[in-house]
Design a protein around this ligand. Structure first.
Ligand SMILES: [Zn+2]
Length: 54
């Protein structure tokens, strides 16, 4: 059974996508999955904003 057929939700827009097609963002202690580069960029921009505010 190929595990690649498993579907996961995009971290940003919650759309279900096949894991094999997901875009990954890796940090020190986490791996996030996105449906597209656009969603990953959007999330990255949000992270920068939150860091500035704190
Ligand atoms: Zn998305």
């Amino acid at each position: 059974m190929p595990k690649e057929n498993k579907k996961i939700p995009c971290h940003e827009c919650k759309k279900m996508i096949p894991k094999s097609a997901a875009v990954h963002a890796e940090g020190k202690d986490y791996v996030l999955h996105f449906c597209s580069i656009e969603c990953m960029d959007y999330w990255k921009k949000k992270q920068k904003k939150e860091k500035k505010n704190s």
